[in-house]
Design a protein around this ligand. Structure first.
Ligand code: AMP
Length: 422
C-alpha cells in the first residue's frame, strides 16, 4: 500500500471544485488588469534560486535539488518569481513594451516541516509587473491582491504593509539592527543568534514569543528610509488610501527572499492559526541583475491557494459547485440507451448533465439523483417513455422523448429563476 509522500496532499472531488473556483477567483481581477498568462518550468537550473536567496532558509535548507541523467543540477521551484524573471531576461522583454504584466498558477516545492497549512508541495497563483519603478504600479499590484481575495470569497484578509528600503538605506539599518540583536543576544533563541550574523532581518519574523517580546523594542526600518525610499512609500500609501484599500503598518514585516526592495506586503487571515499568511509579495528591483540580466525592476505577489481554501472553510462560507450537474438522468431497466442519448443531447446543448451507471435499482438511482444536486431528473424507460421530476417540489409528469432534453433544460432554468426571485 502506497500513500502520498510526506508533506503532500491529494486534492479530490468534493474539495477540488472549490479549489478550482478559488484559483479562478484569485486570478480574475489580475486578468482583467492585463496580467497575461505565463507558464515556466516546474524545475530550473539550481543557480537561478541560489542567486536569489543565498542567506535564506528557503534556498539553503528547503530546496528539492537533484542531478538529472545529464549531470545538471536542477531544483524544483520553491517560488514563482525567480523563474518568471529568468524567462523575462531570456526572452528580452526589456526590449518590448513595459510594463510586462504576467500571471501564473502552479505547484511550488519546499522541504519544510509539514504542519497545518504548511506542506512540501503547495499551489500558488501569482502576478509580476516588470519595468516601471512607479509607485502607482505598486498600488495596482497590492490592490489586485486585496481584490483577488474579495473575488475568491474571502474579503476578511488583513493587508500588512512595509517598506524594506533599498541598497542606499538598508545596510545602515541592518547594522543598527545587528547591534541591537547582539546587545540582546541573551534574550534570543539560538536560531536568532545565528541569524544575527547571517541574515539579521530574518530574526524579525521569528515566531517564538520570547524573541518577539525582545524584538518589539528593535529599531524599525521605516525610521531609517532614505529620502527616495520614503517618498516612494508615501506615494504608495497615498494611492492605496485613495483606492479605499485598508492596511496595517507592519514595520517588522520582512520577506523570505533576499531580493525584496521597498514595498513589501503580506495578507493574513484570522482563521488559520500559526500559518496565517495567505499571500505576500513585494518589489524586487535588483533581481533581474542578480540573475545576469539588464536592470529590470519589478513587483509581484504570490497567494497560497491551499491556505485560501482552508480560510474559506474556516469561515463556513457557502459554496455552490459550478460543476454540479443541472440535470440528472435515471434509466429504468432497458432505458440506458435512451439515457445516454439524453445526457449527450443535454451536454451538447451546454447543460451539465449526468446519469446513473451500474444496476442500482430505482431507490439507489433516485438517491444518486438527489446527491447530484441537480434540480431536474429525467426517468427514462425501455419504451422511450420519459418522466420529468422537479427535485425541489417532487412534481413529476411525462414528457415526449424527443422534447425531453429541451424541457429538462427549460425546467432547470425555471426552477433556478424561481429560487432567485426574492
Ligand atoms: P511566500 O512566497 O513564502 O510568501 O508564500 C506566499 C504564500 O504561499 C504564503 O502566504 C502561503 O499562503 C503560501 N505558502 C508558502 N509556503 C507554503 C507551504 N509550505 N505550504 C502551503 N502554503 C504555503
Amino acid at each position: 500500500m502506497f500513500s502520498a509522500p510526506k508533506g503532500t496532499n491529494d486534492l479530490l472531488p468534493g474539495r477540488s471544485g472549490r479549489f478550482a473556483a478559488a484559483v479562478a477567483g484569485l486570478l480574475a481581477p489580475a486578468a482583467r488588469a492585463g496580467y497575461k498568462l505565463v507558464d515556466t518550468p516546474v524545475f530550473e537550473e539550481t543557480g537561478v534560486f541560489l542567486r536569489v536567496g543565498e542567506s535564506t532558509d528557503i534556498v539553503t535548507k528547503e530546496m528539492y535539488t537533484f542531478e538529472d541523467k545529464g549531470g545538471r543540477s536542477l531544483t524544483l521551484r520553491p517560488e514563482g518569481t525567480a523563474g518568471v524573471v529568468r524567462a523575462a531576461i531570456e526572452h528580452h522583454v526589456d526590449r518590448g513594451p513595459l510594463p510586462w504584466k504576467v500571471r501564473y498558477a502552479g505547484q511550488m516545492f519546499r522541504y519544510e516541516q509539514p504542519q497545518g497549512g504548511r506542506t512540501r508541495q503547495f499551489f500558488q497563483v501569482g502576478i509580476e509587473a516588470l519595468g516601471p519603478e512607479d509607485p502607482a504600479i505598486d498600488a495596482e499590484v497590492v490592490t489586485l491582491a486585496v481584490r483577488a481575495f474579495e473575488e475568491a470569497g474571502l474579503p476578511n484578509v488583513t493587508l500588512l504593509l512595509n517598506s524594506m528600503g533599498d541598497e542606499a538605506c538598508r545596510p545602515a539599518y541592518i547594522a543598527t539592527l545587528q547591534a541591537f540583536l547582539r546587545d540582546n543576544a541573551a534574550a534570543l533563541c539560538g536560531e536568532c543568534r545565528a541569524r544575527t550574523e547571517t541574515n539579521p532581518l530574518r530574526a524579525l519574523d521569528c515566531k517564538r514569543a520570547e524573541c518577539q517580546a525582545t524584538l518589539a523594542a528593535a529599531p524599525v526600518i521605516t525610521d531609517s528610509l532614505c529620502a527616495p525610499c520614503k517618498e516612494h512609500y508615501d506615494e504608495v500609501r497615498a494611492y492605496l488610501s485613495s483606492l479605499g484599500v485598508a492596511w496595517t503598518e507592519a514595520p517588522r514585516l520582512v520577506r523570505g527572499l533576499d531580493y525584496y526592495r521597498r514595498t513589501t506586503f503580506e495578507l493574513v487571515h484570522g482563521g488559520l492559526g500559526a500559518q496565517n499568511a495567505v499571500g505576500g509579495g513585494g518589489r524586487y528591483d535588483g533581481l533581474a541583475e542578480s540573475l545576469g540580466g539588464p536592470r529590470l525592476p519589478g513587483i509581484g505577489w504570490a497567494l497560497g491557494v491551499d491556505r485560501t481554501l482552508l480560510a474559506l472553510e474556516s469561515e463556513d462560507a457557502p459554496f455552490e459547485d459550478p460543476e454540479a450537474a443541472e440535470v440528472f438522468v435515471v434509466p429504468l431497466p432497458g432505458g440506458k440507451d435512451g439515457a445516454l442519448r439524453l445526457v449527450d443531447e443535454l451536454r451538447t446543448a451546454g447543460v451539465r448533465a449526468d446519469m446513473v451507471f451500474g444496476d442500482r435499482g430505482m431507490k439507489g438511482a433516485m438517491k444518486a439523483a438527489d446527491r447530484s444536486g441537480a434540480r431536474v431528473t429525467l426517468i427514462v424507460g425501455a419504451d422511450g417513455g420519459v418522466e420529468l421530476k422537479h427535485m425541489d417540489t417532487g412534481e413529476q409528469y411525462p414528457v415526449p422523448f424527443a422534447e425531453a432534453a429541451a424541457r429538462a433544460a427549460a425546467a432547470e432554468q425555471r426552477d433556478e429563476s424561481i429560487e432567485d426571485t426574492p
